[in-house]
Write a protein that binds this ligand. Structure first.
Ligand SMILES: C[S@@+](CC[C@H](N)C(=O)[O-])C[C@H]1O[C@@H](n2cnc3c(N)ncnc32)[C@H](O)[C@@H]1O
Length: 257
């Protein structure tokens, strides 16, 4: 296989995590978009229990915490992200309400029906959209909400180059309409679905990577795996600028029936 054909799944998890630890966010998003998604959720109080699955270092979790009351549990597979997450919570004096734990979104440490809200930005593809919505629903109270961003096609047809890139990365990637129908099928009322704007990708995801990529290459000078990984990250940005009318993240918000 040529290096150009590699997908992100073929790189060492620790390498990917070290790279993304250097950034405020590990995926496209923004404070504004988190707050917008939150505006559709009407069941929260000081007693609420919220989980942020695949929280990374907590970029969106801290925004969530600053605009809600109640307890927030962040969960991520990567211990390095959770260390930074808990440090971020302390820095913002949120440590009494916001705690990060190492764990898997596929094996949640909550009781059935315990949660008022499950949040997950840029991470549900790791379990699968339908599987995640189905499994997580058991942990929500009746009337509880799920709010996730997920890679989605904006059009019914796409150029082959971008189709292949995304099918390799997220085999289940589908159109917005299809994803809304999955939300309905898995037992949620689809409350809102809106596209995550371009600035969330460009200003908050691709641009911060640029200087970091140069530093990372210096740190690992001569390391072919790192060079190939950085080339893949650069290609992701190039493909976005070429094909952004065909795909992006969509925020899906659903209420458990
Ligand atoms: C694209 S990042 C998004 C991080 C953060 N939510 C954000 O938007 O900045 C995806 C995150 O999911 C985490 N992850 C991947 N598989 C996971 C799993 N099975 N359980 C929990 N977290 C997982 C990764 O470690 C990573 O932090």
């Amino acid at each position: 296989m040529s290096n150009e054909d590699k997908s992100i799944h073929e790189f060492d998890f620790n390498l990917i995590c070290e790279y993304f630890s250097g950034m405020k966010r590990q995926g496209p998003g923004s404070e504004e978009i988190t707050i917008k998604a939150l505006s559709f959720i009407d069941n929260l109080s000081g007693k609420s229990r919220i989980a942020d699955l695949g929280c990374g270092t907590g970029g969106q979790t801290m925004t969530l915490a600053q605009h809600t009351q109640g307890q927030i549990t962040g969960l991520d597979l990567f211990p390095g992200f959770i260390t930074l997450f808990n440090r971020n919570a302390e820095r913002l004096n949120l440590q009494n309400r916001v705690k990060g734990f190492v764990g898997s979104m596929e094996n949640l440490p909550f009781q059935n029906g315990e949660l008022d809200l499950i949040w997950s930005e840029g991470a549900i593809a790791n379990i699968g959209f339908e599987k995640g919505l189905t499994y997580w629903k058991g942990f929500l109270k009746k009337g509880g909400y799920v709010a996730v961003t997920y890679e989605s096609w904006f059009t019914n047809e796409r150029p082959a180059e971008i189709e292949k890139w995304w099918v390799d990365a997220v085999p289940e990637i589908a159109t917005i309409g299809h994803n809304i129908s999955i939300m309905q099928k898995t037992g949620y009322i689809p409350v809102a679905a809106f596209t995550v704007p371009e600035n969330c990708w460009i200003d908050n995801y691709f641009i911060p990577q640029k200087t970091w990529q140069e530093e990372f290459l210096k740190k690992y000078a001569g390391n072919k795996t790192v060079e190939t990984f950085i080339a893949l990250m650069k290609r992701e940005a190039e493909l976005y600028s070429k094909y952004k009318q065909y795909y992006g993240y969509v925020f899906y918000i659903g209420k458990k029936i």
